[in-house]
Design a protein around this ligand. Structure first.
Ligand SMILES: Nc1ncnc2c1ncn2[C@@H]1O[C@H](COP(=O)(O)OP(=O)(O)OP(=O)(O)O)[C@@H](O)[C@H]1O
Length: 201
């Protein structure tokens, strides 16, 4: 199984709970605003601690309340693409892409896959929203992740940019072969990209 996630977490007045056990490909978490989808990604990444439960990704136990296991975020090998690209403004695109990489061995291939090869010497402030998003996806991929977490990677983009990012995600899904957990509100996006859809309610 790629993602085995059974967690409970109270956040203020909201009780977040999820129990999924899914195989390879891209799993979409779909559900209304405020239900706790981003919080689930943060628990898988290790950025917030579940009150109870167990998280196993690609056969590796990342969190297990009963067994006292809680792997620190930097050892979980998550490639996390946040809702906003969060690029480093003082580094050019190339340096942003290589931020978590061991060397530049995979740079050319990742840049080609994402269509950002012509942007490597640019500063983040000169990028469009769609370009910045693709750089953020490339940075996550080049950090040699064991899995990817994508939080609404298509939000606040126009139709043309959305189509570009969707194509990029399809290529990552099919060529990189990494398990992907993605949050979206948009049913068309879910339909187009998902290997399966998990409704969070
Ligand atoms: N530290 C906190 N204290 C209190 N409430 C919190 C805290 N963090 C999150 N929440 C609440 O928990 C709920 C889940 O938040 P989360 O961002 O995971 O939802 P979401 O499903 O991803 O929403 P959206 O789709 O709008 O991004 C929200 O109602 C939020 O207000």
């Amino acid at each position: 199984m790629s993602f085995e996630i059974r967690v409970e977490k109270r956040l203020g007045d909201v009780a977040v709970g999820i129990d999924v056990d899914v195989g390879a490909g891209l799993t979409v978490l779909f559900g209304p605003s405020g239900i706790g989808k981003t919080s689930v990604l943060n628990m898988v990444a290790g950025l917030i601690r579940p009150d109870s439960g167990r998280i196993v990704v690609a056969g590796r136990v990342l969190f297990d309340d009963d067994a006292g296991i809680d792997i620190v975020p930097e050892r979980r090998r998550a490639g996390y693409v946040f809702q906003e690209p969060r690029l480093f403004p003082h580094r050019r695109v190339r340096a942003n892409l290589l931020y978590g990489a061991r060397d530049d061995g995979g740079l050319a291939a990742a840049a080609a896959m994402l269509g950002i090869g012509h942007l490597l010497d640019r500063w983040p402030r000169t990028l469009s929203g769609g370009e910045a998003r693709r750089v953020a996806i490339g940075r996550a991929l080049l950090s040699d992740p064991a899995f990817l977490l994508l939080d609404e990677p298509l939000s606040s983009l126009d139709r043309a940019r959305r189509a570009e990012i969707m194509d990029a995600i399809v290529r990552v899904r099919d060529e990189a072969g990494l398990p992907i957990l993605m949050v979206t509100h948009d049913p068309d996006e879910a339909e187009r990209l998902a290997t399966r859809i998990v409704r969070v309610a």
